[in-house]
Design a protein around this ligand. Structure first.
Ligand code: 4AD
Ligand code: MG
Length: 465
């Protein structure tokens, strides 16, 4: 029967059973006694399984001795206890069927040596076969499954929000346009402007920057919902924390306030980290060995301690008085830079920190105004090594206040007609947040560049494969 490498190594197959494992060669070693040891991986777990192949097999010299890293094969044999150290079980092969040789092994881009992350990015179609990318993608999957489980167990409904939209949900103007107009021959109005009425949707349309506004409509009916999908930002930031296409987890909760969602975010992060520590111990051991020696202790600390909460105003004071020389000065009312966020999380607290009640002028139009007239009920969670990982807020549910804010910002209430309806018909206080999924994967694995934690990264001047 066909089994996975994980089944064999985890002892799910009894010793003495005949099985077939299919996968790819990681390494081959031949003993003088005419026995070859082939490490086979199939992606089901971190470690490969060892197949022991004797020279009595008919294709031993014609094929087995030509196997190189990356060759695909199906090995049938008996599961036996392994005498070698490092693995409990191995396969004593009775047949080795080669499915695909590697043409010209000397130039195979994934030769078994340590490649730089830059090199692997240039081979995004082959890097999935490496230890590091395999481990990242298994952890990524574990986190995604844990997120769905977390919300499902708490009675949240998963709502599919649209990817194509007419609204700029963050009001930041970082939109990718979606259009079927011929760029070289765009229909113009009499005033000489681009005539989007003639475009596919009859108006301007974009890729979504956030599912939040659509999620709010469902929260104001199903009470507890979340979206989890791709979002897009035409933000020209060539950094290790920004992608042009990234995934976001966005719960939206009716009758909730800022503290409710801050605690929801904390519980969700702890739940996800616990899932990874228990379900992906194999991959985490690798990250601790190769990427960041303290990653596991760091995560254990996170799950067993309460998050520190702090007001933006207090954070500014801490930054001004800490004696550290920052590239960008800090003053009340300015947005915190990555260096400030990292100082707070890494040096001041030494763990994730929840920052609350930001100046309203640096935050989005939909955030609920506080009674002081200066701040909004917003919160960001800052993580060591990353900076902002979660951004959320209570939403302005009072129509008069919302309209006032739109007017101040020079925004057209007509563009937000449907959103205003939520405030006109049975409005309720509600709040939510967005978790940058790739930032979470970076944080949990210790991988320092966000482009290495998504299968095919999209960033300025980079949309290959
Ligand atoms: O802080 P942001 O812009 O918040 C929103 O979009 C809200 N509508 C979310 C909500 O309340 N439902 O983005 C949320 C998170 C950030 O904290 C960050 O982790 C991540 O999304 N993020 C990015 N991740 C990767 N690349 C980018 N360019 C990102 N921009 C934001
Ligand atoms: Mg933000």
């Amino acid at each position: 029967s066909f089994v996975t490498v994980s089944d064999v190594l985890a002892g799910k197959v009894s010793v003495g059973t005949t099985v077939t494992v299919r996968g790819w060669v990681r390494t081959r070693r031949d003993s003088k006694a005419g026995i070859s040891f082939i490490n086979i991986h199939d992606g089901s777990c971190f470690d490969p399984v060892q197949a022991v192949v004797e020279n009595s097999l008919p294709n031993y010299s014609s094929e087995v001795l030509h196997l190189t890293t990356g060759c695909s094969l199906a090995v049938t044999g008996t599961v036996v206890e392994s005498a070698g150290k490092g693995q409990a079980f191995e396969i004593q092969a009775t047949t080795v069927e080669v499915l695909g040789f590697v043409e010209d092994p000397d130039t195979y881009p994934m030769a078994p040596k340590r490649h730089s992350m830059e090199y692997l990015r240039e081979h995004a179609h082959l890097r999935a076969r490496t230890n590091v990318t395999g481990a990242v993608m298994r952890v990524r999957n574990c986190l995604a499954q844990a997120i769905h489980r977390f919300f499902h167990e708490r009675g949240y409904f998963w709502v599919a929000t649209p990817i194509i939209t007419a609204s700029d949900a963050e009001g930041a103007g970082e939109l990718f346009r979606v259009s079927t107009l011929d760029l070289l021959n765009v229909p113009k109005t009499e005033q000489g402007e681009v005539d989007f009425k003639q475009d596919f949707f009859g108006k301007e349309a974009f890729l979504t920057v956030s599912g939040q506004l659509n999620a709010e409509t469902y929260a104001c009916a199903l009470s507890k919902v979340y979206t989890f999908g791709p979002t897009f930002r035409a933000e020209n930031s060539n950094t290790s924390r920004h992608l042009a296409e990234f995934w976001m987890v966005e719960p939206e909760v009716a009758f909730a306030d800022l503290n409710d969602i801050a605690h929801l975010a904390e519980d969700m992060l702890k739940y996800c980290i616990n899932a990874v520590l228990t379900e992906r111990a194999d991959d985490m051991a690798f990250f601790a060995q190769r990427i960041d020696p303290t990653v596991i202790e760091r995560l254990q600390h996170v799950v067993s301690n309460d998050f520190v909460h702090m007001d933006y105003t207090d954070a500014v004071e801490i930054l001004q008085n800490c004696g550290k020389k920052f590239e960008y000065p800090v003053s009340w009312g300015t947005d915190l830079q990555s260096e400030h966020e990292r100082y707070l999380a890494e040096e001041h607290v030494g763990a994730p920190v929840v920052l609350k009640n930001y100046p309203r002028d640096i935050k989005a139009f939909y955030m609920r105004q506080n009674d002081d007239g200066k701040t909004v009920a917003a919160m960001d969670i800052l993580a060591p090594g990353i900076g902002e990982i979660v951004g959320g807020s209570a939403r302005e549910e009072r129509l008069d206040k919302f309209d006032q804010r739109l007017a101040e910002l020079g925004m057209d209430p007509e563009d937000y007609g449907w959103y205003r309806d939520l405030r006109r018909y049975g409005t309720v206080p509600h709040a939510g947040f967005g978790l940058g999924f790739e930032r979470l994967v970076s944080y949990v694995t210790g991988m320092t560049n966000i482009r290495d934690v998504i299968p095919f990264p999209r960033a300025p001047k980079s949309a290959d494969f």
